[in-house]
Design a protein around this ligand. Structure first.
Ligand code: FPP
Ligand code: MG
Ligand code: MG
Length: 336
């Protein structure tokens, strides 16, 4: 249900709407301290990525609107929803700057990570700074419910990182623990932003529309993370079976590993000790490939993507709704 709609591309549809985005960011991150604005601007100007989150917020805002786009696009409501997209991206980038410090990652989006370009201290402060600016912008939306939802998303991001950092060995084998962590670290932000977009449109917290928007973000975010985790393994498999897998190097067991461990009990102690012994990663990698773990992981991602499509289809018919459906197909087709 919910086949793709050819020719309807969210990323094309938002081009005009996201142009003021860069402007407002430039203004927002301007500070007395050049190094902070440099570090922050870096992401929005030179390495702005796909702007996946602002694009979805924008599409969701159109999809939940009760007035035609021609009317909506000049409204204060749509301006606020655009700001919500900006806030979401600022929070996301802040979390990535901090994440690269925690993960000791050297690169991000094809360039050096902020902590490599400057220092850990600057990276911590640049992330904090973006978060502070995002909070100011959030308060200016003048909607206490939205502030609470987005603040809770921040809380979830931190919860997800903590779960990843310190989990009991038994939990590392638990699929529910993995899904909960994935919700916290990835889905929560987009799920909260989608719900907030509906609230800014005037829909009630428990309304059918707000819940559909929230469920869309929830399932799409989970599908996105599961695909990410599959790609971490398959990218490694492409290089002549040489495991490079970043997740395992960080001691993390994702969906493919957990499915493989269901079939191969010998894999469980390796997961529990976070692949710390020499040869653990290579052995785990071989088990993933010798079982149907990757296919089952894809099935799980597809299941979530389908739930996201179902949620989108509960919104009134529109081109924006079609674009939201297409995003689910794009997420599943992602190759890198
Ligand atoms: C990327 O995951 C990391 C996140 C999505 C969240 C990071 C959250 C924090 C560091 C908590 C602090 C939050 C704020 C708002 C400052 P990953 O490491 O699995 O993926 P990667 O391959 O993109 O690094
Ligand atoms: Mg990381
Ligand atoms: Mg991380």
């Amino acid at each position: 249900k919910g086949a793709p709609y050819p020719g309807v591309d969210a990323f094309d549809m938002v081009k005009e709407d996201l142009t003021p985005f860069t402007e407002s960011i430039r203004e927002l991150v301007d500070t007395q301290h050049p190094v902070l604005s440099m570090a922050a601007k870096h992401f929005f100007e030179r390495r702005h990525g796909k702007r996946f989150r602002p694009t979805i917020v924008c599409m969701m805002s159109r999809a939940v609107s009760e007035v035609p786009y021609e009317v909506l696009k000049n409204s204060l409501q749509y301006k606020r929803q655009g700001e919500l997209g900006t806030i979401t991206e600022m929070i996301h980038v802040a979390s990535l700057i901090h994440d690269d410090v925690l993960d000791e990652a050297e690169t991000r989006r094809g360039g050096l990570a902020v902590h490599k370009l400057y220092s850990n201290k600057v990276a911590v402060l640049a992330g904090d700074y973006l978060l502070a600016r995002a909070s100011v912008l959030l308060a200016r939306l003048n909607n206490v419910e939205v502030v609470e939802i987005m603040a809770t998303a921040l809380d979830s991001l931190v919860q997800g990182e903590i779960m990843q950092l310190q989990s009991a060995p038994e939990d590392l084998l638990d699929m529910n623990h993995y899904l909960k962590k994935s919700y916290y670290k990835t889905a929560s932000l987009i799920c909260s932003a989608c719900k907030s977009a509906a609230l800014l449109a005037g829909h009630d917290f428990g309304s059918r529309t707000a819940i559909a928007a929230e469920e869309y973000g929830y399932h799409m975010g989970l599908a996105f993370q599961i695909i990410d985790d599959i790609l971490d393994v398959t990218a490694a498999a492409d290089v002549l079976g040489k495991p490079a897998m970043a997740d395992m190097s960080l001691g993390l067991a994702t969906a493919p590993l957990l499915y493989a461990a269901e079939e191969v009990p010998a894999l469980r102690p390796l997961i529990k000790r976070r692949f710390k012994q020499p040869g653990d990663k290579e052995a785990a990698f071989a088990h993933v490939l010798s079982t149907d773990a990757l296919a089952r992981s894809r099935g799980l991602a597809q299941w979530h993507a389908q739930r996201a499509v179902d949620a989108a289809l509960r919104l009134p018919p529109s081109t924006a709704r079609q674009a939201l459906v297409n995003i689910c197909h794009t997420v599943l087709a992602r190759k890198h």
